[in-house]
Design a protein around this ligand. Structure first.
Ligand code: ADP
Length: 553
């Protein structure tokens, strides 16, 4: 490449560039051959003579070091390089530096002032950040449900953007007429304790609460305002406090402070104001939702109580109805039974008279028929007596006096066997008492005991097989006497064994010639319970049953 004189190079470069751009011409040894007047101005140089100067003499060390590698790249490769560079901090000066070859030995370093562009970019960035903060805070406001967490998150986002170090949130306590420190960050616990409560008109927050107007303090460290006495020791330089108002009513205050900066721009104050406004709406909504939830919970509890009471009332009404119904039935049954017993006794009495009349003896046919009348009447009388006994125990247990006295079990059992012996004889059933039973005397109600034994023995005879046996035995087991009535009868299916003690429950309805009412075992159970004992059965269908009664001794 042909080389031309430096002056003509300057001339041609100057002609190519507009007045805002300055340039330095240098050679491959980084020796400066010329510097343009504009460049002298832009770089703030005083010395206009460049003779013998190197590129490093014109540029600050940091800037030169950065540009050096680009310069070598241009010298070696012959290419074109551009780079944005901050050449000074105070005042901030941004340049676009373009380095390119002019001919084989000359190179140009072009300086373009891009300060304005950088300021615009910074302003744009701040706007974008503000927009982001507002956007993010809107998202936080709708998603975060805990007030402290919400304020902490907002503060974290704001503090990054605005260089904030502290936030203080007071709630207005209407009843106590004072501000209560609710949330804060950047202050240690001990410090926070000092201003836990504030009355209206004191310090910055109290004054903001009173006037319901924002207060901004700049250069706090240099300002003597006594409202700042609490804040100043925290090292805060710029401080802003916003009132939190809901429909014009004070709900609290939020303030922000910075230890690094002394002022806020109006743009920043606007941002803080917008966020505080949103926060108020959300905090207010949270309080209302809280109140609503509490009211709902109270209502739910009250509702549950109401339902429970309603259920109890219904149970009482139902129980009363059942009791009334049962009482009416019982009274009716008792009345009918009494009314039936009188004529029945006459029938039995007259039948017996007829049966034993020697003067006018009955024919055999008449005797046979009369015997059926007598048998049916006695059966009916037994049924009526059983029903009356059942009602008596059921309705007035206290009227049954317990007549406990010492009895010899052997004697009592013999008495019972004696009462059923005719019955057994008629059916061809043999009755036994086991030989090795203990001869024991216990305190017991003999009438109840008798009733229980006779009922069990009669059943053992009634439900026995032809020529069957009934065996009685007892054992003393600790503090109990257990008596067993064992038969060789038809047995009771397992599925019925739990029910046979219920009133009117019968298993063998269909067995011809076996009469019954289904009351006997109910009376047995009630009598045994009266004696504080228990009763039960074990049975194998077709083989026989063993009923047992266990009473305390
Ligand atoms: P009832 O004998 O008048 O029917 P119970 O209350 O005395 O009434 O007995 C209830 C039912 O239990 C009887 O109908 C019968 O089916 C059954 N049962 C009672 N004792 C025996 C027994 N020893 N063997 C077989 N079944 C019996």
């Amino acid at each position: 490449m042909e080389t031309i004189g430096v002056n003509s190079l300057i001339q041609s470069e100057r002609e190519l560039l507009d007045a805002s751009k300055g340039f330095i011409l240098f050679d491959s040894d980084l020796k400066v051959s010329a510097i343009d007047g504009v460049a002298i101005d832009l770089l703030g140089l005083t010395n206009q003579s460049v003779s013998g100067m190197l590129l490093s003499d014109l540029l600050k060390k940091d800037a030169f070091n950065i540009l050096l590698k680009y310069t070598y790249s241009v010298i070696q490769e012959g290419n074109f390089v551009q780079h944005e560079l901050k050449l000074s901090e105070n005042p901030v000066r941004w340049f676009k530096v373009i380095i390119y070859p002019i001919d084989a030995i000359h190179f140009s370093m072009l300086f373009l002032d891009i300060n304005r562009q950088k300021e615009t970019e910074a302003a744009l960035f701040r706007h974008k950040e503000k927009f982001n903060v507002l956007n993010e805070s809107a998202a936080m406001l709708t998603s975060i449900k805990d007030p402290k967490q919400l304020l902490d998150s907002l503060f974290c986002r704001l503090s990054n953007l605005l260089d904030l170090d502290i936030y203080i949130n007071y709630s207005w306590d209407k009843e106590q007429n004072r501000l209560v420190l609710t949330n804060h960050q950047g202050i240690c616990k001990e410090e926070a304790e000092k201003f836990r409560f504030l009355v209206k008109g004191t310090a910055v927050c109290g004054t903001v609460a009173q006037n319901k107007e924002r207060m901004v303090f700049e250069h706090v460290d240099e300002c003597g305002n006594e409202l700042l006495d609490l804040i100043r020791p925290l090292g805060i330089k710029a401080y802003v406090c916003e009132p939190l108002l809901s429909f014009g009513e004070l709900v609290g205050t939020i303030s922000f402070g910075s230890k690094k900066r002394s002022t806020f721009t109006s743009e920043e104050l606007d941002l803080i104001h917008s966020i505080c406004h949103q926060v108020t709406i959300v905090l207010d909504r949270m309080t209302k939702v809280d109140e609503l939830t509490q009211n709902t919970e109270t209502l739910e509890v009250a509702n549950l109580h109401l339902k429970e009471n309603e259920r109890k009332l219904r149970l009482i009404i139902e129980k009363n109805e059942v009791e009334r119904e049962s009482k009416t039935k019982t009274n009716f049954l008792a009345m009918i039974s009494h009314e039936l017993r009188t004529p029945l006794n006459s029938i039995i009495g007259y039948s017996q008279v007829l049966e034993s009349d020697q003067k006018d003896p009955l024919t055999d046919k008449q005797k046979s028929r009369l015997s059926k009348i007598l048998s049916s009447s006695r059966h009916l009388l037994q049924l009526i007596n059983n029903i009356l006994e059942l009602i008596r125990i059921d309705t007035n247990p206290e009227t049954i006096k317990s007549n406990v006295k010492p009895i010899r079990i052997k004697d009592a059992v013999w008495d019972s066997l004696h009462s059923v012996s005719n019955n057994a004889k008629e059916k061809g059933i043999s009755l036994y008492i086991e030989k090795d039973v203990e001869d024991i005397t216990i305190e017991i109600d003999p009438i109840r005991f008798q009733q229980v034994m006779v009922n069990l023995l009669n059943n053992a005879i009634k439900y026995n097989k032809k020529h069957g046996t009934v065996t009685l035995y007892w054992r003393v087991d600790g503090r109990y006497l257990a008596i067993f009535v064992k038969d060789t009868g038809i047995g009771i299916p397992q599925s019925h064994q739990d029910n046979i003690f219920e009133p009117f429950y019968r298993v063998n309805h269909a067995i011809p010639g076996v009469e019954g009412t289904g009351i006997g075992l109910t009376l047995v159970k009630q009598n045994v319970l009266e004696m504080k004992g228990t009763v039960g059965v074990s049975s194998i269908e077709g083989t026989g049953s063993t009923f047992w009664v266990k009473v305390p001794i």
